[in-house]
Design a protein around this ligand. Structure first.
Ligand code: NAP
Ligand code: ZN
Ligand code: ZN
Length: 348
């Protein structure tokens, strides 16, 4: 029997989210049912419900930064037990057979991974995300939350944490490397903290200096305002790696690319719906690369959680109740977030 659970859903692209109930499938042999304690608000949730990335079916429950406790396990599940502290990120399944899946890169599944929300599930239904009290997920897509990380701090790591950890690790952020983070919101502030923990020399490039004290407290060496054109002259050909977390295409991408030194790479994790007009001549200079990166694989997500526990890396969160979700969305859209809204699901 499916279970009816409380949730918050978007009724359409233009209306506020509202309280509702949804059905969670019966716990299958390989499934785990999780009582969700906290769910983070990612800018991707907003892009999705507002239809920025294309039309979706409504009503839709979003949320892919999920932390909670196992309350039921399927007959074949031996890796998790009732009471375990667990998390779920941006995907809940993949084909498991393609080259990328076999390499542990389920996020790059050749057939497309099954997203935690707004994705067609194996049973043909549309997946519904973490702004709800419970979720049923295949055990292979469930992560362990280390004891050192409280549930509410673990939630944002499941997307903002892994999305920044993965490119930082892949492009070898570490001692002797100069890393810039563009945009200090949910992803950006995690990128700063993780890159600092990896030993890199970190600079924040934010629209203004209003969050400078925070950035320096997170361990950044420098902090510059991108509204000041002088910043782009001062920092020309400086960085080995730039992580761009900006959610909008409304920025001069070539001006940022010019900040890369020889063989430097700019990785876009920000996901604006519009294209970015990269000039190839900007790439010719210094043999620069422009790249993208999408979340991370399951094994790497566990590695990231363990890394954060070991290095004391945690997000800065603002806990909210369910009735504050719509206001939180408006604040994220105004870049007024310090630095991740997390929903206490007891208030749903
Ligand atoms: P967020 O909290 O809103 O952070 C984005 C930050 O970008 C803002 O805080 C702001 O920082 C800066 N910004 C916003 N508009 C700007 C503009 N017009 N020009 C310059 N800077 C601007 O959002 P988030 O949750 O971190 O997500 C960021 C983006 O990453 C979204 O597009 C999201 O969909 C995407 N994302 C991608 C992946 C992936 O797998 N690749 C995963 C998760 C999220 P300052 O105020 O410091 O300038
Ligand atoms: Zn996300
Ligand atoms: Zn696959």
């Amino acid at each position: 029997m499916p279970t009816t659970v409380r949730a918050y859903a978007a009724p359409s692209a233009t209306e506020p989210l509202v309280p509702t109930t949804i059905e969670r499938r019966d716990v299958g042999a390989n499934d785990v049912m999780i009582a969700i304690r906290y769910a983070g608000i990612c800018h991707s949730d907003i892009h999705t419900v507002r239809g920025d990335w294309g039309a979706i079916a409504y009503p839709q429950v979003v949320g892919h930064e999920i932390a909670g406790e196992v309350v039921e396990v399927g007959a074949e599940v031996t890796s998790f037990a009732v009471g375990d502290r667990v998390g779920v990120g941006c995907m809940v399944n993949s084909c498991r057979e393609c080259e990328n899946c076999r390499a542990g890169l389920e996020n790059y599944c050749a057939k497309g991974n099954t997203g935690t929300y707004a994705s067609v599930d194996r049973d043909g239904t549309i997946t519904q995300g973490g702004y709800s009290t419970h979720v049923v997920v295949d055990k292979d897509f469930v992560l362990r939350i280390p004891e050192a990380i409280p549930y509410e701090a673990a939630a944002p790591l499941l997307c903002a944490g892994i999305t920044t950890y993965s490119p930082l690790a892949h492009w070898n952020a570490g001692p002797g490397k100069k890393v810039a983070v563009v945009g200090m919101g949910g992803l950006g502030h995690m990128a700063v903290k993780i890159a600092v923990a990896m030993g890199a020399d970190v600079t924040v490039l934010s629209q203004s200096l209003s969050k400078q004290a925070d950035g320096l407290a997170f361990g950044a060496k420098d902090y510059y305002a991108t509204s000041d054109r002088e910043t782009f002259r001062t920092l020309a050909s400086t960085f080995d790696l730039i992580i761009n977390t900006v959610s909008s295409a409304d920025l001069d991408i070539n001006a940022y690319l010019k900040l890369l030194r020889l063989d430097g790479t700019m990785v876009n994790v920000g996901a604006p719906p519009e294209p970015l007009p990269v000039r190839v001549f900007t790439l010719f200079t210094n043999r620069r690369s422009f790249a993208g990166s999408s979340i991370g694989g399951i094994a790497e997500t566990q590695e990231m959680l363990d890394f954060c526990a070991e290095h004391g890396v945690a997000p800065e969160i603002e806990l909210i109740s369910a009735d504050q979700i719509n206001e939180a969305y408006e604040r994220v859209l105004r870049s007024d977030v310090r630095y991740r809204f997390v929903i206490d699901t007891a208030t749903l």
